[in-house]
Design a protein around this ligand. Structure first.
Ligand SMILES: [Zn+2]
Ligand SMILES: [Zn+2]
Length: 256
């Protein structure tokens, strides 16, 4: 029997571009002992991070699924906070990764100059050229999703074989089905109620179909626009998917 993984994740933001008291915009904090990374950094997630008792200097990296404002707007405040002398100086430069990361950070520097340059030094920028790379305690694999030309999903894998996929934003996607094949936990966007109004987002029915095709062992749904809240999400999911399903709330904390 495989020992349970010590690795965990916290949904910092289970919402969208419409931030509500219940739901900050997308961000997932992923941890392994002392190594912490964020996937996305949407507005409101720094407030949620503070509610976990952690501060921004503990974050080793931010991996972006894409650069829509609801997924990246707290990056400038995060960088600014790492300049504040009241916080301990981070031990390593922050790693920032995503397709288009170099342009995005250059634009922030154009706007804010030195105020987005942390005390520990300039961020290390990664443009995701390799499909698979080692990062901290994990192997990370990524693939493009059907949302924007540069949107991606990430798969994290531990050396003991535990796995986690964060979809970012996506519509139905064979590439994402393959990335999430047999994964322990699939954190999947489910933005709108059925029938899905946009091909670039999922609804319960299409999210269930994707999870079923991937064969994920557990499904965590997130990225809820307000109008999906009053619909029966599980009814759409259960048309096809038979595994355990969790509807995310902010600060939901799970092991892999
Ligand atoms: Zn988006
Ligand atoms: Zn989004």
């Amino acid at each position: 029997m495989i020992a349970s993984s010590p690795d965990w994740f916290i949904i910092l933001g289970s919402g969208t571009g419409i931030v509500t008291p219940r739901r900050a915009a997308p961000a997932v904090l992923i941890g392994s002992e002392k190594f912490l990374v964020l996937v996305d950094c949407g507005p409101g997630c720094l407030l949620r991070l503070s509610q976990t008792g952690l501060d921004v200097t503990k974050i080793a990296a931010v991996l972006f699924s894409h650069f829509h404002v609801d997924h990246c707007a707290d990056l400038a405040p995060l960088l600014f906070a790492r300049r504040v002398p009241e916080l301990p100086r981070a031990e390593q430069p922050l790693v920032l990764a995503g397709l288009g990361m170099t342009n995005h950070y250059a634009a922030l520097q154009g706007l804010h100059g030195q105020w987005v340059e942390p005390l520990e030094g300039p961020p290390t920028l990664i443009e995701l050229q390799e499909a698979c790379f080692d990062f901290g305690p994990w192997q990370i694999e990524w693939t493009r999703t059907t949302h924007t030309p540069s949107s991606v999903a990430y798969r994290f894998e531990t050396s003991s074989g535990h796995s986690l996929v964060i979809s970012g934003d996506t519509g139905p996607s064979i590439a994402l089905e393959q990335l999430a094949r047999d994964v322990d936990t699939l954190v999947l966007e489910c933005a709108f109620p059925d029938p899905s109004p946009y091909p670039t987002h999922l609804s319960p029915t299409t999210a269930g179909e994707l999870a079923t095709a991937a064969g994920c062992k557990r499904l965590v749904l997130t990225h809820f626009y307000p109008r999906i809240e009053s619909s029966d999400i599980l009814q759409g999911i259960n048309k096809s998917y038979r595994g355990p399903v969790i509807l995310a709330e902010d600060l939901l904390t799970l092991g892999w």
